[in-house]
Design a protein around this ligand. Structure first.
Ligand SMILES: [Zn+2]
Ligand SMILES: [Zn+2]
Length: 700
């Protein structure tokens, strides 16, 4: 019988959609590992789900005036679509607001209560006097006492990863009205974490195979002494507490979200009892894939809950990844940075994104991601090396027809290729088993580079002109290299490798093992090109931020102003027809967005060197203002386009499909290219734009 293994990916909060940092931190390594186990003969149950409770969601709900149910439903769906596009698969993807999860959580809590690990106590909680409510931890912000990070929330410091209590924050404030909260007494249930200190230390000490970052963090965390933790909150969004007197409180989200793993397995098996039985089996191994800000919950608190429950096997490994940084800054949706997966998937093939993330997987250390490097690597490594090699090897084979391993006369290059295949696959297997997925991926890529070199050195074309046995050997070995790459690459690039395997006649997934059984190199269909290169369009349009210095009436025209603008490195004058909508005083000192590469024009005797962006509707003209914080002269970024400054005529300018959009009270410009809106990003400003325009307005 196949050995059973669970693989879990952390449950993401659904207050927003996933960004690339999430994919790198948990879900892609999870998926690679899950695929690996399935393809090396394990019986895998792999789950995750939406963490639908908790204050990240209520914060969004309060801020945007949308019920939490609607937020949760929206982002649950979006995230599932993202996973689907990225070929990241689950046997169950649960929702923590489901009936099943509430039922399992309630049973779990009652069990802990029975065993004496839950008790009631009074605690002080921040209370907002202005709003007359107790503030959940995330409703309070302040400075982290450990690392000095200024935007730590009352539950955890995003910077150093340490869990926090609201009263530990230095200078706490209510996030809704910025008032300092009072700390008042309220009754809650507590989990006796302190009682498990010794058992947990023993558990962590036994984990010699864990990643060093996880071990260090966990040991350090325990050595500071474990404190009992409240498991209920004064909040109305969450799983109900199954005890009288707690009607107005809910179970704290960390407690119930962790139980989501049990819900996941129960959901796959269709049986809560079945899940518990498996979990109680001492031989069951299971893995958690998480970001490093989640270590304490998975290496200490979740095992503690399982110990308290009794008769439950603890996690076999906790694979916490470090952060993927974008130009040195952490990807973070809460701080408004990072790349939304929706946007990336609009532009890039999902296999490219898997490739780009795996190449830079932040396993032991934070790693950097840049779009320029990513695009370049996809074009020069994935496409030029891997893609080309596959193509060259297979086209030859297609022309030749079937070549079987017994028709060949291998020379030393072929023998070397055979050895390299065996060594590479063996390395990939041992690296993935050791949870070094990035190394495994790099070994796989090395095999592709090797193949590319092989086909050049082997001079297969020449060989096939003369000696048939030699030609057969070269073709067979080339295709075997492709086959080896396709088989071992199933875990990394599932769509690409599936296509290659099907050309070779394999419609089902192929088991990954060191000794590949590959008797016949034969193509059932003509191979196509695997990838299209990423081509970046260059836009001949330059927009910059200009400061209005002086405004004068046009001497010969009633509706026109002469605007003198500062561009930082230069000054220029433009003639603009906005006199009826803006007074001189309202414009002086303001920062506006100007087209700076327009040919100059003579407008009623005055020279105009550019054009400002504005929109017109029934209420008049609206200028596109840049925030005061924007730097004078800065280029306005246009989506991910490269821009250049070649001079253009007004006719050429009008070909750009520029519309403006209304967002809240601001008018913002949006550029349409092939019907895809690209918002203009004003750098260094606080104008952060995404989504689609609400109202199309015409450019003035
Ligand atoms: Zn408040
Ligand atoms: Zn900190």
């Amino acid at each position: 019988m196949k050995e059973k293994v669970f693989v879990f990916a952390a449950l993401p909060y659904v207050n927003n959609s996933l960004h690339l940092g999430h994919i790198a931190g948990a879900y892609l390594p999870y998926d690679v590992f899950r695929r690996f186990l399935k393809l090396t003969g394990y019986d895998v149950i792999a789950t995750s789900g939406s963490d639908e409770h908790g204050t990240p969601i209520t914060v969004t709900s309060i801020r945007e005036g949308i019920p939490p149910e609607a937020i949760v439903e929206k982002f649950h769906k979006i995230n599932l679509e993202i996973f689907n596009s990225m070929s990241i698969e689950f046997d169950a993807y649960i929702e923590t607001s489901s009936k099943l999860h509430k039922e399992i959580t309630t049973k779990f809590l009652k069990k802990l209560m029975e065993k004496g690990y839950i008790y009631e106590a009074e605690m002080t909680q921040p209370f907002c006097v202005k709003e007359n409510i107790f503030l959940a931890d995330r409703y309070v912000k302040g400075t982290c006492p450990h690392c000095g990070f200024e935007s730590a929330t009352g539950d955890q410091c995003e910077n150093c990863g340490r869990p926090l209590e609201p009263n530990e924050l230095i200078n706490p404030i209510c996030i809704f009205d910025q008032t300092a909260p009072e700390f008042r007494k309220t009754k809650h249930l507590f989990f006796k974490l302190s009682a498990l200190q010794e058992d947990l230390l023993k558990y962590i000490d036994s984990k010699l195979n864990w990643r060093q970052n996880v071990l260090n963090f966990s040991k350090n965390f325990i050595s500071k002494g474990l404190k009992d933790r409240p498991i209920t909150r004064d909040l109305n969004w969450g799983v109900e507490v199954p005890f009288p007197g707690y009607e107005d409180k809910r179970i704290y989200v960390w407690f119930e979200a962790l139980i989501g793993y049990l819900t996941g397995v129960s959901s796959v098996l269709g049986s809560q009892e079945g899940a518990l039985t498996l979990w109680q089996d001492n031989d069951i191994k299971y893995y958690h894939f998480i970001g490093k800000d989640n270590i304490a919950f998975h290496s200490i608190i979740w095992p503690a809950m399982l110990l308290a429950h009794g008769n439950m096997t603890l996690p076999y490994n906790v694979a916490a990844n470090e952060f993927l940084n974008y130009k040195g800054e952490k990807f973070s949706k809460s701080r408004g940075k990072g790349f939304s997966m929706l946007k990336l998937l609009e532009k890039y093939d999902s296999e490219f994104l898997r490739f780009g993330v795996l190449y830079n997987l932040p396993e032991e250390h934070d790693s950097d991601f840049s779009i320029e490097e990513f695009e370049n690597r996809v074009n020069t490594e994935l496409i030029d090396k891997f893609g080309n090699f596959v193509n060259r090897a297979l086209i030859l084979a297609f022309k030749k027809g079937a070549v079987s391993s017994d028709q060949i006369a291998q020379n030393e290059l072929d023998q070397d290729a055979e050895n390299t295949i065996r060594k590479s696959i063996s390395t990939i297997i041992s690296e993935v088993e050791g949870l070094h997925i990035r190394n495994a991926f790099r070994s796989w890529l090395d095999l592709a580079y090797y193949g590319n070199g092989y086909i050049t050195n082997r001079k297969t074309w020449e060989a096939c002109k003369k000696d048939d046995a030699n030609c057969n050997a070269a073709i067979y070995t080339g295709v075997k290299l492709v086959y080896a790459l396709a088989v071992s690459g199933q875990i990394f690039l599932p769509k690409t490798t599936k296509k290659i395997l099907s050309w070779l006649g394999y419609e089902e997934p192929v088991e990954i093992k060191e000794d590949l059984n590959f008797p016949v190199a034969k193509l059932v269909t003509k191979p196509e090109r695997l990838f299209e290169k990423i081509v970046n369009k260059e836009l001949n349009l330059q927009l910059r931020i200009a400061k209005v210095e002086e405004i004068n009436d046009h001497p010969n025209a009633e509706k026109l102003y002469l605007l003198d603008l500062d561009l930082g490195d230069s000054k220029r004058r433009i003639v603009s027809g906005i006199k009826n909508s803006y007074s001189k005083e309202s414009l002086r000192g303001k920062k506006i967005v100007v087209v700076t590469n327009l040919k100059s024009a003579n407008i009623r005797g005055e020279t105009s060197n550019g054009m400002l962006l504005a929109a017109e509707d029934e209420n008049g003209i609206h200028l596109v203002f840049a925030p005061d914080s924007a730097n004078t002269g800065d280029a306005v970024k246009i989506g991910d386009m490269q821009t250049n400054s070649t001079e253009i005529s007004i006719e050429e300018f009008r070909k750009f499909n520029i519309k403006t959009a209304k967002r809240d009270s601001d008018i913002v410009p949006a550029l349409y290219l092939e019907d895809r809106p690209l918002f203009l990003e004003i750098q260094h400003g606080r104008l952060k734009l995404d989504g689609s325009p609400r109202e199309g307005l015409s450019v003035k």
